[in-house]
Design a protein. Structure first.
Ligand SMILES: C[S@@+](CC[C@H](N)C(=O)[O-])C[C@H]1O[C@@H](n2cnc3c(N)ncnc32)[C@H](O)[C@@H]1O
Length: 354
């Protein structure tokens, strides 16, 4: 017997004693193999010794049921069926969307659409509200309109008024209160003038206004926003009470997309806005922050403009900067496609460039 054999004998002999005498049915913990162990055979033999199992736990009926009901992945068959049907429906719908998208893109490329598509509103005026109601609700545009229009004060002009979707949010009549910065101010509208290029749209706005505010006088004009005159000769109760030269607030929502020269229009609006405290309030839609969204807007733009009278791929930020008006506030939502601006005439020039 050499030295290694001698070392092995006591280790192997001790092993079963500890294992059998340990209380309960727990398997004994095998000793840690020593890194210096000279003989790997001895360690192997220890690990091979099985712990005696005194009794085996019987599975409960619930555990048995689970084992039979669930396949290996643990998802019940009903859930699997539901997921399968959902995946099939979604992929069919995506396929349908993609097919319609490519068809529309191909069609759009063959169209020769003029830059000025504003006449489309003469035919869509009657269904305009119904057409946009759902998408505006989904995008929460009602609140954005209200937050913007609430800021209108003094002599107010709304251009591209359409079907008067902003009407419920005007505060008509002046009152003393605090402005957004907490300063004492005169709030509310002293006079309101509504302008749109489409006669059909102006009729709808006028009807709605008279139902909502029967006692408040207002002016309605069929007119190009780029040529609107200052509010000279505003009448109150049939009397020419005042002839202000400027509007205190100009409101426009979703209008820049529809006009042939939006930069020139904004410049003109700047020239009829009170130079010191006057504001132009815009809520517009146009290009997104994201290239992939802009690609979709660009691809479908001619077809959309031809049908709805609106170029939805315009860069509203570029239009505003080119107009030379001063930006008081800029905000964007919906992947950057909804733009809100508060503007004022360029300060120090007396009048904005026209
Ligand atoms: C998309 S609709 C928006 C209507 C409304 N402002 C709204 O927020 O629902 C665009 C409106 O701009 C009007 N419009 C287009 N070009 C115009 C112009 N040069 N001057 C005045 N109105 C114009 C159209 O007749 C149409 O009513």
């Amino acid at each position: 017997m050499n030295v290694n054999q001698l070392r092995r004998v006591p280790l192997v002999a001790k092993w079963p004693v500890t294992s059998c005498r340990s209380a309960s049915n727990k398997a004994p913990r095998p000793p840690k193999p020593s890194p210096q162990s000279p003989n790997p055979v001895a360690i192997k033999r220890r690990q091979a010794t099985p712990a005696r199992q005194h009794y085996q736990e019987r599975p409960t009926p619930q555990a048995q049921a689970e084992t039979t009901a669930k396949p290996g992945h643990g998802i019940p068959p009903r859930v699997l069926t539901f997921l399968g049907i959902s995946a099939l429906t979604i992929s069919t719908y995506c396929g349908y969307l993609y097919a319609s998208y490519t068809r529309e893109v191909n069609k759009a490329q063959t169209l020769n659409v003029p830059r000025d598509v504003s006449d489309r509103y003469n035919t869509t005026a009657a269904t305009f509200d119904a057409d946009v109601e759902l998408s505006e609700k989904a995008m929460g545009l009602g609140k954005k309109r209200r937050d913007l229009v609430h800021q209108a004060r003094g002599h107010v002009l709304e251009v591209s008024c359409g079907t008067g979707r902003n009407l419920p949010f005007y505060e008509l009549g002046e009152r003393r209160g605090l402005d957004v910065d907490g300063h004492a101010a005169v709030l509310g509208c002293r006079s309101v003038t509504f302008v749109d290029l489409s006669p059909q749209m102006v009729v709808i706005t006028k009807d709605k206004f008279e139902k909502l505010y029967p006692a408040f006088p207002a002016v309605f004009r069929v007119c190009d926003a780029g040529a609107v005159a200052p509010p000279a000769g505003i009448e109150r109760s049939g009397v020419k009470a005042e002839s202000p030269v400027y509007f205190d607030t100009i409101v426009q929502t979703m209008g820049l997309c529809s006009m042939p020269d939006p930069v020139a229009t904004l410049r003109h609006l700047g020239s009829v806005t009170e130079p010191g405290s006057g504001r132009i309030l815009l809520l517009e839609h146009g290009r997104s922050y994201y290239d992939w969204v802009n690609r979709i807007l660009d691809n479908l733009a001619p077809a959309h403009a031809d049908r709805h009278g609106c170029w939805w791929n315009r860069d509203i930020g570029d239009i505003v900067r080119e107009s030379g008006l001063e930006i008081v506030e800029e905000k964007r939502w919906h992947l950057g496609t909804t733009w809100r601006y508060i503007l004022r005439p360029k300060q120090g020039t007396g009048k904005s460039q026209s």
